[in-house]
Write a new protein. Structure first.
Length: 100
C-alpha cells in the first residue's frame, strides 16, 4: 500500500479535485466547531494523515499554526511544494514503530 501513495502523490490533488474545491467550506465548518465547542481558543492544529496538505494549507492561510503529519514522504513533498512559505519536514514512520 505504501508504494501506491508514492505513485499517487503527484496526482492526488487531481484525483480529489472536488474535495479541494470545497475545502474552504469544510474549514468554515471546522472553525464553527472550534468557536462553539472548544473550551479555549484554538490556534494550533495537528493534521494527521495530511496527504498533500489540502486542508492543512487552508488552515495555515487562515492564521492557524498547523503541523501536517503523513506516513508518505511523497505526499509531504507535494504539500511542501504547494506551500508559499517553507514547511518544516515531518514524517511519521510506521516501520520505526514496529522495530521497537
Amino acid at each position: 500500500m505504501h508504494e501506491l501513495y508514492t505513485v499517487l502523490a503527484e496526482y492526488y490533488d487531481a484525483i480529489y479535485r472536488r474535495r479541494a474545491e470545497r475545502v474552504s467550506r469544510e474549514i468554515d465548518f471546522v472553525e464553527k466547531l472550534f468557536q462553539n465547542e472548544a473550551e479555549r481558543d484554538v490556534r494550533k492544529i495537528l493534521d494527521l494523515a495530511c496527504g498533500t496538505g489540502i486542508p492543512t494549507l487552508e488552515l495555515a492561510r487562515r492564521g492557524y499554526r498547523v503541523m501536517g503529519l503523513d506516513l508518505h514522504e511523497g505526499m509531504l513533498a507535494v504539500a511542501r511544494r504547494k506551500a508559499k512559505t517553507p514547511l518544516q519536514k515531518a514524517r511519521a514512520d510506521s516501520e520505526a514503530r514496529r522495530e521497537r
